[in-house]
Design a protein around this ligand. Structure first.
Ligand SMILES: *[C@@H]1O[C@H](CO)[C@@H](O)[C@H](O)[C@H]1NC(C)=O
Ligand SMILES: *[C@@H]1O[C@H](CO)[C@@H](O)[C@H](O)[C@H]1NC(C)=O
Ligand SMILES: *[C@@H]1O[C@H](CO)[C@@H](O)[C@H](O)[C@H]1NC(C)=O
Ligand SMILES: *[C@@H]1O[C@H](CO)[C@@H](O)[C@H](O)[C@H]1NC(C)=O
Ligand SMILES: *[C@@H]1O[C@H](CO)[C@@H](O)[C@H](O)[C@H]1NC(C)=O
Length: 378
C-alpha cells in the first residue's frame, strides 16, 4: 500500500558562509550529514533540524570550532558525530541538555584540550568516542550528570595523566579503553567514583613498568584487563586479589621474568579462563601459579625463554587440566627454538639465567616469527 511506504525526503541545503566557502548539509529522513563547516554554531543548525536524530559532520581536515551549546535545540538528537575536523579545543558546555543523546563520536580530530564541564546533563548518553585525538591530560569533571554513560573510548591519544576524580560523576562506567597512550601508572580508584562497576579496562601500548598491589584496588567486577605491550617487569604479589572476577588477563609483550602464584589471591582466581603470557622473559612458572589459577581454559606461552624442563612441566599441567595452548603455530614446525637448555638437567630449576635468556631474546629479535593475530586470540 502506497500510504504505508515511508516517504523519503532528501533535502539539500546549501549554506553560504562569510568566507564564501559553500558548506553542504544533506538531510535524509531524520539524519543530517555535513561537510566543510568552519564554524559550528547554534545558528548554523536552524530550526529545520529540530527533529533530526543524527548529525554527522566530516570536515576533511579543515580547522573548525564548535561553539558552546550548539546543539541545544535539537532535543531528539541521539547520535552526534564530528570527525576529521581538526578541532583543537572542546569548550565547557559544548554538549549539554540533550535528553536523547546516546552516542557521541569526537574521534579523529586532534583535540588537545577538553574544558570542564564539556559534556553535561545528558541522561541517556551511553558511549563517548574520543580516540585518535591528541589529549595529554584528562581534567577533572569534563563529564557532569551523565548517569547512563557506560563506555569511554580514549585510545590513541598522548595521555600521561588523569587528574584525581576525573570521572567522579561518571557513576556507571563499565568500559574504559586507554590503549595507545603514554601512561606510566594509573590508579582507577582515584579516577572513578564507582570503580567496582568497571568490567573492561584496556591499557595496552602504554608505558607501564610495574603493577603494584594498589593499582587495581576496588576493581572487584573487572572481567577483562589488557596490559600487554607495555614495559612491565614486576607484578607485585597480591595485585590480583582485588580483581577476583577477572576472566581474561593479557600480559603479552612485556618484560616479565618472574611471576609467582602469589600475584593471585590465596583463594584462587576461579573465573580466570584466558591468560596471555607470550613474549615476555619467563623461564619457569611455579606450581603455585597454576594452583591459584585453576579455572584456566586457554593460555599463550610462546616467545619466552622457557627452560626446557620447566616447559615440559608446564605442558603436563596443561594436559592434565585440559588447558589449550594457542599461538604456538610456527614453533611446532620446528622452525624456531621453543625453550632453552642450560645445563642439561632432569628437573626444572627456578633460578633465572639472564645470559641464556638474553641469548634467546636476541635470537627471537634477529629471526622474528610472524604469528597471525587470530592464532593468538583466546
Ligand atoms: C537515505 O537513507 C536510506 C536508508 O538509511 C538509504 O537507503 C538511502 O540511500 C539514503 N538516500 C540518500 C540519497 O542518501
Ligand atoms: C517536528 O516534529 C513535530 C512533531 O511531530 C512537528 O510538529 C514539526 O513540524 C516538525 N518540525 C519540522 C521542522 O519538521
Ligand atoms: C599532537 O601534538 C603534538 C605536539 O603537542 C604535535 O606535534 C602533533 O602534530 C599533534 N598530532 C596531531 C595528530 O594533531
Ligand atoms: C541532571 O540532568 C537531568 C536531565 O537532563 C536534569 O533533569 C537534572 O536537573 C540534572 N541534575 C543536575 C544536578 O544538574
Ligand atoms: C604496541 O607496542 C609495541 C611495542 O611497544 C609496538 O611494537 C607495536 O607496534 C604497538 N602497536 C601499535 C598498533 O602501535
Amino acid at each position: 500500500m502506497f500510504a504505508c511506504r515511508k516517504v523519503l525526503t532528501v533535502l539539500m541545503i546549501l549554506l553560504s558562509l562569510k568566507s564564501g566557502v559553500r558548506t553542504q548539509c544533506v538531510q535524509n529522513g531524520s539524519k543530517v550529514s555535513c561537510e566543510r563547516i568552519k564554524q559550528i554554531t547554534p545558528g548554523f543548525l536552524s530550526t529545520i533540524y529540530e527533529n533530526v536524530t543524527s548529525i554527522e559532520i566530516n570536515n576533511r581536515n579543515e580547522i573548525s570550532e564548535v561553539a558552546a551549546r550548539t546543539f541545544k535545540s535539537i532535543k531528539n538528537l541521539e547520535r552526534l558525530t564530528i570527525r576529521w575536523s581538526r578541532i583543537k579545543k572542546i569548550y565547557g558546555e559544548t554538549v549539554r541538555d540533550l535528553p536523547n543523546l546516546k552516542y557521541l563520536f569526537l574521534n579523529y580530530n586532534g583535540i588537545t584540550e577538553i574544558y570542564t564541564p564539556a559534556f553535561l546533563n545528558l541522561p541517556k548518553l551511553q558511549k563517548v568516542y574520543l580516540s585518535y585525538n591528541n589529549l595529554t591530560v584528562v581534567r577533572k569533571g569534563i563529564f557532569r550528570n551523565v548517569t547512563q554513560l557506560e563506555s569511554i573510548i580514549l585510545s590513541h591519544n598522548n595521555i600521561n595523566h588523569f587528574e584525581d576524580e576525573s570521572f567522579q560523576e561518571v557513576t556507571n562506567l563499565k568500559k574504559l579503553t586507554l590503549d595507545h597512550n603514554k601512561l606510566e601508572t594509573i590508579f582507577l580508584h582515584d579516577i572513578l567514583s564507582h570503580p567496582e562497576k568497571l568490567e573492561t579496562l584496556w591499557l595496552h601500548n602504554n608505558s607501564l613498568t610495574f603493577i603494584t598491589n594498589y593499582m587495581l584496588q576496588k576493581l572487584t567486577n573487572l572481567k577483562i584487563l589488557n596490559i600487554g605491550f607495555n614495559q612491565i617487569s614486576v607484578i607485585e604479589s597480591g595485585s590480583f586479589q582485588h580483581t577476583p572476577n577477572l576472566n581474561t588477563l593479557v600480559l603479552t609483550h612485556n618484560k616479565l621474568k618472574d611471576i609467582d602464584g602469589d600475584i593471585f589471591p590465596r583463594s584462587g582466581m576461579d573465573f580466570l579462563k584466558n591468560l596471555y603470557l607470550d613474549h615476555n622473559r619467563l623461564m619457569y612458572l611455579t606450581s603455585k601459579f597454576f594452583v591459584r589459577s585453576s579455572g584456566l581454559r586457554k593460555i599463550t606461552l610462546m616467545g619466552n625463554p622457557w627452560f626446557c624442563q620447566c616447559l615440559k612441566e608446564i605442558y603436563s599441567v596443561l594436559n592434565e587440566n585440559g588447558i589449550e595452548e594457542k599461538c604456538q603455530g610456527p614453533f611446532s614446525k620446528g622452525q624456531r627454538p621453543v625453550c632453552v637448555n642450560g645445563d642439561v638437567l632432569d628437573s626444572c630449576r627456578h633460578t633465572y639465567n639472564a645470559q641464556l635468556s638474553a641469548k634467546f631474546l636476541k635470537y627471537m629479535k634477529d629471526f622474528p616469527v610472524y604469528v597471525h593475530a587470530l592464532d593468538c586470540h583466546l
